[in-house]
Design a protein around this ligand. Structure first.
Ligand code: MF3
Ligand code: CO
Length: 247
């Protein structure tokens, strides 16, 4: 069941979204060789709480941290820890904040110092694919229009879209209907309506699309251990088009 949001609810979600956006700006300043992902987790948890919100992920299905930090071949759901970021790594940071009854959810993948050419192209393609998808989040379009726009952009760059994990509706719960795949066909899937709020989140591999889950039962990695990137925004479908609540 898809829960539509009224304007006033979307404004509350914008407040949660702004906290997530400011947390990711903080990460951008802080990411550097020598920093551990645990330090980023602590920094972001404190920041979210200082803004009167709660980290959405902490305790979700037993998840032990406030952010996800996924390095290089890790796709999503990397658990922050003692691992030290080093020059040339890429690190996907996923943040959720809950305030006034609503969640915001956003992710970005950051370069650590100078990165290689393939990594740079992967980050740029994944970000571009997210924005191509967002552009299709309009009343009257179909869910498949978003999915197809993301997939086309990714594949035009020679990269592949992860199938096993998808975006999602978001609101009072972090995960609501509908699922938002990053692959699909234009004109297919549910019709988008004003008041839908979607977390659009392409996960893109430099190699093949297959993934595995590590022994910790959380960390998703590429099956071929190729690099992977992840960008995500919480987006409301409004009368006049997409409204990014986490920018
Ligand atoms: N942004 C991720 C998602 O939409 C966050 C989930 S991590 C979890 O699924 F730990 F909270 F599960
Ligand atoms: Co999400």
């Amino acid at each position: 069941m898809i829960i539509l949001k009224r304007d006033e609810e979307i404004e509350r979600m914008r407040e949660s979204g702004a906290i997530v956006a400011s947390a990711l700006r903080l990460v951008a300043e802080k990411v550097a060789p020598g920093v551990t992902t645990e330090e980023l987790d602590e920094l972001i948890a404190a920041h979210i709480r200082s803004r009167g919100a709660e980290p959405s992920f902490k305790g979700y299905n037993g998840y032990p941290a406030s952010i996800c930090a996924s390095i290089n071949e890790e796709v999503v759901h990397g658990i922050p820890g003692k691992r030290v970021l080093k020059e040339g790594d890429i690190v996907g940071i996923d943040v959720g904040a809950y305030k006034n009854g609503f969640h915001g959810d956003s992710a970005a993948t950051f370069p650590v110092g100078e990165i290689g050419d393939e990594a740079r192209r992967l980050l740029e393609a994944t970000r571009a694919a997210l924005y191509k998808g967002i552009e299709r989040a309009r009343p009257g379009n179909c869910l498949g229009d978003i999915s197809h726009a993301v997939q086309s952009e990714v594949e035009a760059h020679g990269f592949s879209v992860v199938r096993k994990l998808v975006g999602h509706g978001i609101g009072r719960n972090m995960h609501e209907d509908p699922q938002v795949p990053n692959y699909g066909s234009p004109g297919k899937g549910i019709r988008l309506r004003e008041g839908m709020v979607l977390a659009i989140e392409p996960m893109v591999n430099a190699g093949g699309p297959d993934v595995r889950v590590l022994e910790d039962d959380w960390t998703v990695v590429t099956a071929d251990r190729s690099l992977s990137a992840h960008f995500e925004h919480t987006v409301a479908v409004r009368k006049n088009g997409p409204d990014i609540l986490t920018s």
